[in-house]
Each structure stands twice: as C-alpha cells, then as structure tokens.
Ligand binder design. Sequence first.
Ligand SMILES: N[C@@H](CCC(=O)N[C@@H](CS)C(=O)NCC(=O)O)C(=O)O
Length: 200
Amino acid sequence: MKLYHFPPSTNSLKVRIALLEKGLEFESVVIDLTKREQKDPEYLKIHPFGQVPALDDDGVIVYDSTIIIEYLEDEYPHPPLLPADSENRAQARLMEDYRDNYVNPHFVTLIHEHRKPEDKRDAGLIREAHASIGAAFAAVERQLQGREYLAGSFSLADIAYMPNVALIERFDVPLDPDFKNVAAWIERLRTRSSYSATRN
Ligand SMILES: N[C@@H](CCC(=O)N[C@@H](CS)C(=O)NCC(=O)O)C(=O)O
C-alpha cells in the first residue's frame, strides 16, 4: 500500500492515523505541497484534482481523506472503526463531515499563516480563525455530552479530529475553559499510540 501525502497536511495525517489504528503498513510517498508537486502531471494520474492524500492499495487508487478511511474500514474491517449500529454510524459520518467543512478550513488558515515569518503573519486572520474554531467546537462539546467519543465508541470521526487537536496545542488556539467534554476527550485522544503520528 502506498500513501501519497504531505506530513504537515491535516487530511494526510487523518489517513496516517487510520492506517496506524488498523495496524496497516504503507510505503510513504511525500508530495511536497510547497513545491506544488500535487499538480505534477504524473501525480494527476493518481489524484485528478491534484491534492493530498491519495492511496494506492495494490493498484486500487482512492483519494479524498474521508473516502480513503471509509475504504480502509470496508477493506480492512478489524479493528472496527465505525460503530455497529446505523444511528451511531450516521453520527460518526456527520461529525466527520462537520470537521471537513466547518472545522478543518480554519486550521488550514492557521497553517498558512504560521508558515510565514512571525512579522508577516496576518494577526486579524489568525484572530478570526481562533474565533471560528472556538465557535465550531461548541458543537463538538454538545456532541460529547454523555459520550466518551463522538459516536459512542472510538471511531473514524475521532480520528478525523486528531490532526486538528494536535494543532490546537501547537498553535495555542484558545478553547473555552467551559468545554469540559472537549477537554476530557482531547486527553483520551492524546493517550492513543496513533496520536504520536501528529508529532512528526
Ligand atoms: N476533501 C479532500 C481535501 C484535500 C485537501 O484539501 N488537501 C490539501 C492538503 S490538506 C491539498 O492537497 N492542498 C493543495 C492543493 O489543493 O493544491 C480530502 O479530504 O482529502
């Protein structure tokens, strides 16, 4: 199995964490986004939209982080990373979708700003991203009420947030101290051995 990825990319990291949780080995092919390698004609044969991540599983090409981790779940069902019942599976997918559309984009802003020298960063954009992340996590706080993980048991939904959780720490993103469920969940996520992938 070959993973085409860029280590600082949150969507790439989401797939790496899923591979670790599944205990699957893979060959790493780094596509350097800072050199626009994602738009190389050869790579566009793998990922037609020129993005990371993409997976080549013995000739089966899959792209888009959410679709890749669903593929992994279908193809390598043990250990299971989706709940057994339809209601919680839907909850997991809804929370993944929420992360992809309403959480991760604000982290992409932060990644771009933090890549610049400190005096060139747009403080206004960073403030706005912090505020949007804070607001987005209010929904995560509600989802975690009475649950240890987003869909009950640990699932693909939690994996989707792990790269973002690591960036909260790295970029000092302030979260409302009243988000007690989120704080406890973050501690749970940090104890998983797959979380170590966020450190390299
Ligand atoms: N929906 C896609 C989004 C992929 C995506 O936005 N990848 C970013 C890195 S996290 C990328 O390749 N950016 C470079 C580009 O779009 O040219 C997924 O989940 O895989």
